[in-house]
Design a protein around this ligand. Structure first.
Ligand SMILES: Cc1ncc(COP(=O)(O)O)c(C=O)c1O
Length: 411
């Protein structure tokens, strides 16, 4: 039985207030959640959307084609969020999937190179290139700036006639500086270099216009600011490149089909999809698609410009409050480098989840007791804000940090 699904579409188009949005997050009621750079929290509407999917499974009330409508609408909504055409977006699993897809699809030759800042990138934007190194690609490692931000001028200066790719995060996962994508995009376009962005830290939080930024590829999962689920993500690929990219893996979604009802058999005279769908592989993470379809709906209703404005304002206030407490954050509190991520302490004084900085580790324990959710990355205490955060969160976090610092000074 394949009846038409008439699921709720979560009021597309109507405005949503930030306070109403916040009220749908149970996590915001029992803690001060400042850890989006680690992982998403679940909104009630997102849970309801996943429940719809599970109900359909339980009742056998929908088939795969019907479920895949939610992949299509999620793709379209993500495209709208980052201001690109829907067909330029592929539904993938995560950042690693997107980055590896491009690394294997580019027609590079041994001796060609990729330019990146190893010190600033998540390992999932380094291992894909180490794999290509085994196949003859040179990795050009550029030093970061002393404050831990990427050095756009040095990255551009490292490009030569054999550079095929520049790989960069839209914001570093720590310390959290935002990258100047438009500057890199312009330089890469002029030199026919593929600018591949690991966008997971900023997607859904910072306002992107991937066309204007001249980004060629943008890989993200939905497990952070897009407020979806682990194991579902997007890969944007510029139409300027698509004809030059041959996917490493091939299965039905990547091939032009005569119908979209899955009735076409495999054929020897296949043709790649003319757009980013050529990077889609096999069946989708449908729970992820249902989740993201709902979360993107809310993010679009809030508006990406309004989200960025609110988040940067709150981040600026948090930064100023920390300075008042005598703590200078490791990232700026305003300007183009500012993001939703605020870090404290010396970079690399410790690692993932621990710090050797005499202030950070005990302060982190104190904040955990005060239910201020944060993480330690690269030895730094890290906070990340999103649209659900409000003034009260900032005040609570600053009060807890102030008390913690006082306590530490006494001991
Ligand atoms: C900058 C960055 N890239 C990638 C990832 C994760 O990659 P994936 O989505 O492949 O698990 C993270 C997760 O913490 C990250 O912060």
């Amino acid at each position: 039985m394949t009846q038409t699904i008439v699921d709720e579409q979560f009021h597309p188009g109507t405005a949503l207030t930030f306070e109403a949005f916040r009220s749908g997050f149970p996590a915001c009621r029992n803690q001060t959640y400042l850890s989006i750079c680690d992982k998403m929290i679940l909104h009630d509407d997102v849970r309801a959307s996943i429940d719809q999917f599970l109900d359909h499974l339980a009742l056998a009330s929908a088939n795969r084609v019907q479920h895949e409508v939610r992949v299509k609408t999620a793709r379209e909504k993500f495209a709208r969020l980052v201001r690109v055409a829907p067909e330029t977006v592929a539904a993938v699993r995560n950042v690693s999937d997107g980055i590896n897809s491009i690394a294997w699809a580019l027609d590079w030759r041994p001796g060609d190179n990729v330019v990146l800042t190893a010190d600033c990138e998540h390992p999932n934007n380094i291992y894909p290139w180490l794999r290509q190194k085994e196949r003859g690609m040179e990795i050009r490692v550029i030093e970061p700036q002393p404050d831990g931000a990427i050095d756009e001028d040095a990255l551009i200066a490292a490009i030569d006639g054999r550079t095929r790719v520049m790989a960069v995060a839209s914001a570093t996962f720590a310390p959290g500086h935002r990258s100047n994508l438009a500057k890199l995009g312009e330089a890469c376009r002029k030199r026919d270099v593929f600018l591949l962005v690991d966008g997971v830290q900023t997607a859904g939080i910072m306002d992107h216009d991937l066309d204007a930024e001249q980004v060629d590829g943008f890989a993200t999962s939905t497990s952070k600011g897009l407020l979806g689920l682990y194991g579902f993500g997007f890969l944007y690929v510029s139409p300027k490149w698509i004809d030059r990219l041959k996917p490493a893996y091939l299965s039905r979604p990547a091939i032009v089909q005569k119908t979209d009802d899955h009735s076409t058999m495999g054929a020897f005279d296949y043709e790649y999809q003319p757009d980013s769908r050529r990077f889609e592989v096999g069946s989708f993470n449908l729970a992820g698609a249902y989740a993201t379809d709902a979360s993107l709906d809310m993010l679009l209703r809030l508006g990406s410009e309004a989200i960025q404005k609110r988040v940067l304002r709150l981040a600026g206030e948090f930064h100023a409050g920390l300075c008042d407490l005598g703590i200078t954050p490791a990232v700026p509190g305003s300007g183009p480098r500012q993001s939703h991520i605020i870090t404290l302490g010396a970079i690399n004084a410790g690692g993932h989840g621990f710090s050797t900085d005499p202030l950070i580790q005990p302060l982190s324990e104190h904040l955990a007791q005060c239910k201020v959710a944060h993480t330690i990355r690269r030895g730094q205490m890290r906070f990340g804000l999103h649209a659900y955060n409000n003034q009260a969160d900032i005040t609570t976090a600053l009060d807890a940090i102030g008390q913690g610092v006082k306590k530490l000074k006494r001991t």
